[in-house]
Design a protein around this ligand. Structure first.
Ligand SMILES: CC(C)CCNC(=O)Cn1cc(-c2ccc3c(-c4nc5ccccc5[nH]4)n[nH]c3c2)cn1
Length: 262
C-alpha cells in the first residue's frame, strides 16, 4: 500500500488517538480509518519494535468484536496503519450522552467483549486495557475492542499510562505479576460503569482510587435502580483473588447475561 491508494477524508476522534483519518481505498471504494504515527515520536519512546510486535499480533486477529488491522505502510517520516472503520464511532461518547446504558444494552456489550476476550486469551494475548475509551461501535451497533495506545502490551505500560487508573485490578495496582484474569476484572469495572455511568472505585484523588481498588471497596448506589442479577455478576467478577474471579465462559452463562442476550 501507499498513501496514493487512498482518498483521505475527515479526521476522526479529533486527534485523541494521535491522528486518525477517514479514508477510502480508491480501487475497492472500501472505507477505512488510517492512523498516522510519526517515526521520530516512535523512536523517542523506544516504541518501534513494540509497534512491530503489536502490528504482528493485531494483523492475525479476526473476531467480529475486535477492530481489524488490515495492514500498514510507511514513508520517510511516518507509519500508516490501515484500520477498520467503525461507523457508529466512540462508545465512551455514547455513554456520556446516555449517562448510563440499559441493562439489556449493557449485557449485550459485556457478552460481546467476553467472547472477544475468550478469543484473545485463546491466542495467549492479554488485552489489559479494556475501558470505554478503547471501544468503538460498528454499523449495526456492535461493539469493537480497539487499542488506542500506539502499543498496548508493554510490560511498563502502567508507568506510561496516563489518565484513568479506575480499570486497574489490585494485582496491577500492587505491581505483582498478573495474568489474563486482569481482563476479567476490567470487564467487571466496565459492566459497572455501563450501568451506573461511573466506574466503581472512582475518587478525586489517585491514592484514594488505589486504596479502594486494593480493598475492593465495591458499593452499589441506590440510583439508578440496577437489578440484583447485574449486581451479582459484578460482585462475582470484582474479587481481589484473581483465581476466584468468574471465568469468562461462566460469565456467558450467568442468568443476567442469558436473560438479556439472545
Ligand atoms: C499498535 C497498533 C497495531 C494498534 C492498532 N490499533 C490502533 O492503532 C488503535 N486505534 C484505532 C483507532 C481508531 C479511531 C477511530 C476510529 C473510527 C471511528 N469511526 C467514527 C465514527 C464517528 C466518529 C468518530 C469515529 N471514529 N473507526 N475506526 C477507528 C479506529 C485509533 N487508534
Amino acid at each position: 500500500w501507499t498513501l496514493s491508494d487512498f482518498e483521505i477524508g475527515k479526521p476522526l476522534g479529533k486527534g485523541k488517538f494521535g491522528q486518525v483519518f477517514l479514508a477510502r481505498e480508491k480501487k475497492s471504494n472500501h472505507i477505512v480509518a488510517i492512523k498516522v504515527l510519526f517515526k521520530n515520536q516512535l523512536k523517542q519512546s523506544q516504541a518501534v519494535h513494540q509497534l512491530r510486535r503489536e502490528v504482528e499480533i493485531q494483523s492475525h486477529l479476526r473476531h467480529p468484536n475486535i477492530l481489524r488491522l488490515y495492514g500498514y505502510f510507511y514513508d520517510q517520516t511516518k507509519v500508516f496503519l490501515i484500520l477498520e472503520y467503525a461507523a457508529k464511532g466512540e462508545l465512551y461518547k455514547e455513554l456520556q450522552k446516555c449517562k448510563y446504558f440499559s441493562e439489556k444494552r449493557s449485557a449485550m456489550y459485556i457478552a460481546s467483549i467476553a467472547r472477544a476476550l475468550i478469543y484473545l486469551h485463546g491466542k495467549h494475548v492479554i488485552h489489559r486495557d479494556i475501558k470505554p475509551e478503547n471501544l468503538l461501535l460498528g454499523q449495526q451497533g456492535e461493539i469493537k475492542i480497539a487499542d488506542f495506545g500506539w502499543s498496548v502490551h508493554t510490560f511498563n505500560r502502567r508507568q506510561t499510562m496516563c489518565g484513568t487508573l479506575d480499570y486497574l485490578p489490585p494485582e496491577m495496582v500492587e505491581s505483582v505479576e498478573h495474568d489474563a484474569s486482569v481482563d476479567i476484572w476490567s470487564l467487571g469495572v466496565l459492566c459497572y460503569e455501563f450501568l451506573y455511568g461511573v466506574p466503581p472505585f472512582e475518587a478525586i484523588d489517585h491514592s484514594v482510587t488505589y486504596k479502594r481498588i486494593i480493598e475492593v471497596d465495591l458499593k452499589f448506589p441506590l440510583e439508578p435502580i440496577v437489578s440484583p442479577g447485574a449486581k451479582d455478576l459484578i460482585s462475582q467478577i470484582l474479587v481481589k483473588d484473581s483465581s476466584q474471579r468468574l471465568p469468562l465462559h461462566k460469565l456467558l452463562k450467568h442468568p443476567w447475561i442469558i436473560q438479556h442476550v439472545d
